[in-house]
Design a protein around this ligand. Structure first.
Ligand SMILES: *Cc1c(COP(=O)(O)O)cnc(C)c1O
Length: 346
């Protein structure tokens, strides 16, 4: 597969901006840096960050047993998704096909880039109907976006279905794995060697507990990473974020136990939710939230709010009528939630 044929000609032909740290990245202590118009007095942060985040990428690459040339980092995975769209989708011509219901940001990013966004409904189990999905592919469909585990449904898409899509579609396939660490399945990163058109996005915002530092990760073939690097802003991931993320990766075991707690709390909440009279369906979740169908979402949302609990009302989302999306809290928060859920069950 020739990835360059999928890249927008204007991006392919672009002469990349070369920053000071691009042109000279050797970092010897006895060098005197007088090339980037920085303030020479040490404030800890007077120097520009490494535009390619080499230290952080090396650590991440080791953890995922992948090459650092298969990684691009961004200011949250929202930035990564925006960059991917800008590399491949020609405005007013190319189209993106995704699923519904899914993450609302895809449509917004497509609209910002003036790219047509189409969706195919998930089936009643919130699974991908491969045949119906591929039927929606037109000659202008440049990119597919699959979110697994999916937001707001919580369901992991079946691996076999995703593989069928990958085998059939010759454009770019993005798999958004923001919630993969809460699922029992392994990541599609392991399939990168088989599919040059596959892009897997992950984030430090959910399982890693670092939503505030804004760090998103793209795993893809070298050809794709090279194209994204060409258009990303030179210093898109700041020094503080790079330091904090490195620190986090050096203590990765701590987060693993938190994830285990969140998963066991998720099953406790699941059972409680199922026992309530006003709950019509609790959707199985591979993420750190649960989608639940109630008798009257607006009413239940307000009742929870009256007790100081904020959940996400998804009743206006396609196929999610009267659904609330509840993030799994810490054990203490979940106890209060359970108390209130039962209190309003009358
Ligand atoms: C939360 C979320 C993200 C994360 O976006 P960031 O910009 O990395 O915080 C991405 N995709 C989905 C489906 C999400 O729910």
């Amino acid at each position: 597969m020739n990835i360059n044929k999928l890249i927008r000609p204007s991006v392919l032909n672009l002469k990349k901006y070369s920053s000071a740290r691009d042109e000279f990245s050797d970092k010897k202590d006895d060098f005197q840096f007088m090339d980037a118009n920085e303030n020479p007095f040490d404030t800890e942060y007077n120097r520009y960050p490494d535009p390619y985040q080499k230290g952080l990428k090396k650590k991440l690459a080791d953890l995922k047993t992948i090459s650092d040339e298969n990684i691009v980092l961004g200011n949250g995975s929202d930035e990564i998704l925006d960059l991917i769209i800008r590399v491949f989708c020609e405005p007013q011509k190319d189209e993106i096909l995704s699923l519904s219901p899914s993450y609302g940001m895809y449509e917004v990013l497509a609209q910002i880039n003036n790219v047509t966004y189409k969706t195919c409904r998930l089936n009643s189990e919130f699974q991908l109907d491969v045949k119906a999905f591929l039927n929606e592919v037109s000659k202008n469909t440049k990119m597919l976006i699959l979110c697994s585990p999916n937001n707001p449904t919580g369901a992991l898409l079946q691996v076999a279905s995703i593989k069928k899509v990958l085998d059939d579609f010759k454009g770019i396939v993005v798999i958004d794995e923001a919630y993969i660490d809460f699922s029992a399945n392994s990541s599609f990163i392991n399939e990168l060697a088989h599919y040059e058109n596959l892009i897997v996005t992950q984030t430090f915002s959910k399982a890693a507990g670092l939503a505030g530092i804004r760090l998103g990760v793209c795993y893809a073939s070298q050809a794709i990473c090279k194209a994204i690097n060409k258009i990303k802003l030179p210093y898109n991931v700041n020094t503080l974020t790079q330091q904090k993320a490195l620190q986090f990766l050096e203590n990765i075991d701590k987060i693993k136990s938190q994830i285990e707690i969140i998963k066991s709390e998720r099953s406790v909440l699941f059972k409680v939710l199922e026992s309530l009279n006003y709950v019509e369906k609790v959707y199985p979740s591979d993420a750190n939230f649960i989608l639940v169908k109630v008798d009257d979402a607006n009413k239940r949302y307000q009742e929870l709010l009256n007790f100081g609990i904020v959940v996400r009302n998804r009743t206006n989302v396609e196929m999610c009528e009267n659904c609330l999306r509840i993030s799994v809290g810490n054990p203490q928060e979940n106890q209060k939630l359970i108390y209130v859920l039962k209190e309003i069950d009358r």
